[in-house]
Design a protein around this ligand. Structure first.
Ligand code: BTN
Length: 234
């Protein structure tokens, strides 16, 4: 497998967007630190030394939805952490949480040329041995704080990628099974009461059903479909 390690880069996702032509399907770009790490929805992703910040490039011959890649990696992260006795879960849609705090995130992006997807870039950020700044301590956590010791970054990288590849190969023709597995680790679950932010308003309801890309929430008679741009508050 092809792994490129960069000491410092703006963002491994951006790097692969610029350079995908020079890399093979499955190539991995890791950064020791990112100067302009990106999160979902235009947020910045704080990426100092000590964390695991990387992107995987796919050049698929057959089209698979972006959400499948994201789910595969979120499942792989949770299952690898389980082996380390860390009980992480997926907070809808694809954040990795531990005890109410964010441990990891995934940002998948597609590169299209003339409406054809030529590359898929899955960016993974995991707080491993990095310190969490004081102003983020209520909402984020790193693996070393959970385990009270440092974790070998190369072990994690390798274990997650192997597992993600296996999942992709076994399930690429039956992506509904990926969704099933993802739902196993997902919070909220069907039946849970949740609060969500819709158009700057916080509303409450009960989750009726979860599909691969939508939460159907009963708001007391009226059912709304919540997508990943909406934020779950609780
Ligand atoms: C999120 O939870 O909002 C997604 C965070 C994704 C962060 C990773 S770090 C490696 C890759 N490069 C980036 O700029 N972002 C992703």
């Amino acid at each position: 497998e092809e792994i490129e390690v960069l000491y410092e880069v703006d963002s491994t996702n951006e790097f692969l967007k610029r350079n995908y032509k020079s890399f093979h399907d499955g190539a991995i770009v890791v950064a020791i630190k990112q100067t302009a790490g990106k999160g979902r929805m235009g947020r910045t992703w704080y990426s100092p030394e000590g964390g695991l910040w990387y992107s995987v490039l796919f050049k698929p011959k057959v089209h698979i939805g972006l959400h499948v890649y994201t789910k595969v990696f979120s499942i792989a992260i949770v299952e690898v952490l389980k082996k380390l006795k860390v009980k992480a879960y997926i907070k809808w849609p694809n954040d990795i949480y531990y005890n109410g705090k964010k441990l990891a995130g995934i940002l998948s992006e597609a590169v299209s040329v003339n409406d054809r997807v030529v590359a898929i870039i899955v960016g993974i950020g995991i707080n491993v041995n990095n310190d969490i700044p004081d102003d983020l301590k209520d909402i984020a956590i790193s693996l070393k704080d959970i385990l009270k010791k440092k974790v070998k970054i190369t072990y994690l990288l390798d274990a997650i990628n192997k597992h993600a590849w296996n999942l992709l190969i076994s399930y690429r023709n039956e992506t509904e099974n990926i969704t099933k597995l993802w739902k196993k680790y997902l919070v909220p679950r069907e039946g849970d009461r949740i609060k969500i932010k819709v158009d700057e308003q916080i509303v409450e309801g009960t989750v009726l059903k979860i599909t691969e890309d939508t939460l159907y929430v009963d708001m007391g008679g009226k059912v709304i479909g919540v997508q990943s741009i909406h934020q779950i508050v609780e």
